[in-house]
Design a protein around this ligand. Structure first.
Ligand SMILES: Nc1ncnc2c1ncn2[C@@H]1O[C@H](COP(=O)(O)OP(=O)(O)OP(=O)(O)O)[C@@H](O)[C@H]1O
Ligand SMILES: [Mg+2]
Length: 358
C-alpha cells in the first residue's frame, strides 16, 4: 500500500528538536557506557534482489549502518525503497526464492549472521533479535491461544520450565497492559491495538538485544499509535534494547530515534543524527521528503511535494537514482556510482552536488 511520508515544515522540525533533540540520553545509555563505542549490530554493503516474472528487482543496493547497544535508528523512505527487505535480511527471513541476498554481511556482537546455519539462526531469532511486523496477524497464529504463543517462544529460547515460562508470559502481559487472564483467548478476541500489544509482548519477552520494528503502529488508530510507541520506549528502556524503526511519521522519529537513515531505491542516501537530519537535511531528496524547500525569492519556506516516482527497481538508472526527479541534477549525476561522503561529523550523503550541510 502506498503511504506518504508525513511531511512537516522546517519550523515543525525545529520544534521537534527543541522538545526531543539533544536531551539527556536515558539511563540505558549509561548502562552500556562500557560498550557504547562498539557497534553491536553492523549491516555492511547489503545487497538483495528479488526475481519476479524472470526480472531482477534490485531491492537493496549496498546498504551499511551500525547500531550500538540501546541505540535506535529510523529507516525513512517512500514505499518500495527497501526498508522491510533490509529488516527481513537482518533476521534472514526473506523467502529464497524469490529473494536472494547477493552481497554483504550482517555482524551482531562479533558474529557474522550470514555464516550461521538455519539451526543457529533459530537461536538468534526471537531471543536476540525480534521483529514487530506491520500487520500483527502476520506474527500471530489465529488458531492458538495468545498466551500459549508467548509461552512456546519462551520455552524455545530459554531453559524455562512450563511454570516459569507461564510466569514470564504473565509478566509480559502485565507490562503491555493486558490482564493476564486474557492469555487463554484467541487473536480474534482482541482489538487491533491489543493484538499489536500482544505482538510487542511476544517480541520483547525474551529480552532481545535488537528490535526491528517495521511500522509497528501503522495498522493502529491514532490514539493507540501513541500508546504503543510509549510502550515500546518504556520497554526498551527497561530491557536495554537497540531498535531499527521503520516509520513514515517524522514525529515518531523525533521522539524515538537517535539516528536517521533516509532510504531511496535500496540505498541510504543520507544518514546522520536526528538533529543533523532534522535541522540540516541536505540531500535534495531528504529536503523534498521533509516537505520544505527554501524559497529563494522571499526567504520563506513552502511545502513542496517531490514530483515523480522512484525508478523501476528492475531498471535502475546509471548514477544517482534520484537524478530523474532532482531539480539540481547535472549530467555528472547520471553516470557512475555516487559515493558516500561525510559533510559534517557523522552526517553522510550520496550526492555530488552538495559538499556541506544545508
Ligand atoms: N516478494 C517479492 N517479490 C518481488 N519483489 C518484491 C517482493 N517483496 C518486495 N519486493 C520489491 O522490493 C522492493 C523493496 O520492497 P520493500 O517491501 O522492502 O519496500 P519498503 O520500503 O518496505 O516499502 P513500504 O514502505 O511500502 O513497506 C520493492 O520494489 C518491492 O516491489
Ligand atoms: Mg515495508
Amino acid at each position: 500500500m502506498a503511504k506518504d511520508i508525513k511531511r512537516v515544515s522546517a519550523q515543525q522540525r525545529k520544534d521537534y528538536m527543541r522538545v526531543y533533540g539533544n536531551r539527556k540520553k536515558s539511563s540505558l545509555h549509561d548502562t552500556y557506557a562500557e560498550k557504547a563505542d562498539k557497534p553491536f549490530l553492523e549491516v555492511k554493503d547489503l545487497e538483495v534482489i528479488y526475481t519476479s516474472n524472470k526480472q531482477i528487482v534490485k531491492a537493496v543496493n549496498g546498504v551499511s549502518f551500525q547500531l550500538k547497544r540501546g541505540e535506535s535508528l529510523a529507516l525513512v523512505g517512500e514505499t518500495g525503497a527497501g526498508k522491510t527487505t533490509i529488516c527481513r535480511s537482518i533476521l534472514r527471513i526473506l523467502a529464497d526464492p524469490p529473494a536472494k541476498m547477493t552481497g554483504g554481511d550482517i555482524w551482531m556482537d562479533g558474529v557474522n549472521l550470514t555464516d550461521l546455519s538455519e539451526e543457529e539462526m533459530l537461536e538468534v531469532r526471537g531471543a536476540k533479535i525480534a521483529m514487530i511486523f506491520q500487520d500483527p496477524m502476520t506474527a500471530l497464529n489465529p488458531s492458538m491461544q495468545v498466551g500459549k504463543q508467548i509461552i512456546e517462544g519462551l520455552m524455545l529460547h530459554n531453559d524455562y520450565t512450563p511454570a516459569q515460562a507461564e510466569e514470564r508470559a504473565k509478566e509480559m502481559f502485565e507490562m503491555v497492559g493486558i490482564a493476564p487472564n486474557r492469555m487463554v483467548e484467541y487473536p480474534f478476541e482482541f482489538s487491533g491495538g491489543m493484538k499489536q500489544r500482544v505482538v510487542i509482548a511476544m517480541a520483547l519477552a525474551c529480552n532481545p538485544v535488537v528490535l526491528l520494528a517495521d511500522e509497528p503502529t501503522t495498522a493502529l488508530d491514532v490514539t493507540i499509535q501513541a500508546q504503543v510507541m510509549d510502550l515500546i520506549r518504556e520497554l526498551r528502556n527497561k530491557l536495554n534494547t537497540a531498535m531499527v524503526l521503520v516509520t513514515h511519521d517524522l514525529g515518531v522519529v523525533a521522539q524515538n530515534c537517535d539516528n536517521v537513515a533516509i532510504v531511496y531505491s535500496g540505498q541510504i542516501i543520507e544518514y546522520g543524527s536526528k538533529e543533523s537530519i532534522f535541522l540540516h537535511p541536505t540531500h535534495p531528496y531528504t529536503i523534498g521528503l521533509f516537505g520544505a524547500l527554501p524559497n529563494m525569492n522571499d526567504n520563506s519556506e513552502r511545502l513542496t511535494p517531490i514530483a515523480g516516482t522512484m525508478p523501476d527497481p528492475t531498471r535502475l538508472p546509471d548514477g544517482c537514482a534520484f537524478a530523474p526527479r532532482c531539480p539540481h541534477a547535472t549530467d555528472a549525476c547520471r553516470t557512475g556510482v555516487i559515493p558516500e561522503k561525510e559533510i559534517a561529523p557523522g552526517h553522510k550523503i550520496r550526492c555530488i552536488m552538495r559538499d556541506k550541510e544545508a
